[in-house]
Design a protein. Structure first.
Length: 175
């Protein structure tokens, strides 16, 4: 960061309330008569412990490290269930992968997506939230959810190739 930059320290993002989301999920499953199988529990526990924006493949790898019998389809169906329950939000950030993260209305954030290295930066901006509400109101629209995504180059990927941090080198190609 340049020294002259007037950057207010980015306020720390509020973390999703895991305990509340868990109990919401339990209620949802009870209401639907969905059994909490051993594999399902493992997948859900692993997901709650994992970092955000995880793909099915990454989640499957983590789950299989504990129980090698778990299949892709089970992970996929479990994540679908979590999305339907509203506890999890699905994102398609344009790299061909669906990513999942805990969705807490009280800890809402939006995303900056780097097209070069795939980095996903989260931000919270009350002014954008208020503006969106204003726009909705103007149209007599009741907002249930919104997504705000910006695509471009992260600060690292704007540097000449040799000066980038090791992290952003070479991930450009989609696998
Ligand atoms: Zn980048
Ligand atoms: Zn996020």
């Amino acid at each position: 960061m340049k020294s002259g930059e007037t950057s207010k320290a980015q306020p720390k993002l509020r973390a999703p309330d895991q305990e509340r989301l868990r109990s919401e999920l339990n209620d949802y499953m009870l209401k639907r008569g969905l059994r909490s199988t051993e594999q399902r529990r493992l997948i859900i526990d692993t997901f709650f412990d994992a970092h955000e924006h995880i793909t099915i493949d990454s989640l499957l790898k983590l789950v299989r490290a504990v129980d090698a019998r778990v299949g892709y389809a089970t992970v996929y169906r479990t994540m679908k269930l979590l999305s339907e329950s509203g506890v999890v939000q699905e994102h398609k950030f344009g790299d061909g992968f669906t990513r999942y993260e805990l969705s807490d209305d009280d800890a809402h954030h939006d995303h900056l997506v780097c097209l070069e290295c795939g980095k996903i930066i989260e931000f919270e901006e009350p002014q954008i939230e208020q503006l969106q509400e204003k726009i909705a109101k103007r149209h007599g629209f009741l907002v249930r959810a919104h997504k705000h995504e910006m695509y471009g180059l992260c600060s690292d990927c704007q540097k000449p190739k040799g000066q980038r941090s090791a992290r952003s080198e070479g991930r450009g190609a989609r696998s």
